[in-house]
Design a protein around this ligand. Structure first.
Ligand code: ADP
Ligand code: MG
Length: 309
């Protein structure tokens, strides 16, 4: 396996008593996709912000090309430049006062890459995301959701990132355009050898794209490993429930994962024992009192009673 661009080692983040991210480890390699899944409030976006260097971890280590992240804004600058971010909601993440040209020029200017061919670069980026024919003077408000997310992708690619983090990039879009955006991301990733961190609450979105999958619940990793293993032979009851959560599938699966969970509901998940114990169909006393460690290579699971491999 090629060397990791970003390595996440035992990463943790607390907000007061909330363990937003709790001992998470994975690596992002060139041309590979890591999928991070779990319901709202499980710590996906916090993980993304930590990797972007926008917040400081409470514990663990982040490495960029083998070197631990520096702590000053100056030391983090090369890391931020090397990581492109695609946000959840293209309606909110693009400033409506900016023209198409300005939206894409902005990251180039901010990193001193405008004078040297910036104008040409804007054209190339728009072309790459399938917006080659739009007016540079248009405002993003004139665009459809799918077009706006294409703009978001162009912005994320502006500085030739080694890694792209896509945080729920299609969850604000119509179902009909979701696949187009995911395919575009995959295509660009392959062309450019980008390491992709694909974040979604929907395991079905992530499974198609990922080489490795990390399943999170209440900040912690429940199951992790090769995508084909995780989806063909899930071992954690939570992963099983996420996989079963297709509209029209078993009511028990929908009961388990279908209800929107408040962040505080997840945050107050058992602090001793398994975080998933309060919702697990297979829970017993041991699960309530003793936290299962994450074990197994390369397919790891944190469960006292995993489904057999
Ligand atoms: P996800 O992206 O999976 O929905 P988040 O990473 O946004 O989850 O949040 C994980 C947990 O951390 C939640 O309980 C959330 O309320 C909490 N949290 C996130 N950001 C902050 C913050 N800035 N201050 C306090 N709590 C936060
Ligand atoms: Mg989020």
């Amino acid at each position: 396996m090629s060397e990791a661009i970003v390595a996440v080692e035992g990463l943790s983040k607390r907000y007061g008593s909330v363990r937003a991210v709790d001992d998470v480890s994975f690596a992002i390699a060139p041309g590979q996709t890591v999928g991070v899944v779990g319901e709202s409030g499980c710590g996906k976006s916090t993980t993304a912000r930590l990797i972007m260097g926008l917040e400081r971890p409470s514990g663990g280590t982040l490495r960029f090309r083998g070197e631990p992240y520096g702590s000053s804004a100056r030391a983090l600058r090369p890391v931020r430049r090397a990581i492109g971010m695609i946000f959840q909601d293209p309606y909110e993440s693009l400033d409506p006062r900016f023209s198409v040209r300005e939206l894409i020029a902005e990251p180039l200017r901010a990193h001193g890459r405008w004078r040297d061919g910036g104008e040409t670069r804007v054209g190339e980026l728009l072309e790459a995301v399938g917006l080659g024919s739009v007016s540079l003077r248009a405002a993003p408000t004139e665009f459809s959701g799918g077009q706006r997310q294409r703009l978001g992708i162009a912005r994320a690619l502006a500085l030739d990132p080694a890694v792209v983090i896509a945080d729920e990039p299609t969850s604000a879009l119509d179902v009909s355009v979701q696949a187009q955006i995911l395919n575009l991301l995959l295509e660009l990733q392959r062309e450019r050898g980008i390491g992709l961190l694909m974040i979604s609450h929907d395991l079905h979105v992530v499974r198609r794209m990922s080489d490795t999958i990390v399943v999170m619940y209440a900040g912690a990793v429940m199951e992790q490993g090769p995508a084909s293993e995780i989806t063909a032979r899930p071992r954690h009851p939570y992963t099983r429930a996420l996989l079963d959560a297709i509209p029209g599938t078993s009511p028990s699966a929908r009961r388990l994962v279908g209800r929107p969970r408040t962040a505080s509901g997840i945050a107050s998940a058992a602090s001793t024992g398994c975080p998933f114990a309060t919702r697990c169909p297979r829970v017993d006393d041991r699960c309530r009192s003793e936290r299962p460690p994450l074990t197994g290579v390369p397919h790891a699971v944190a469960c006292h009673y995993p489904e057999s491999a």
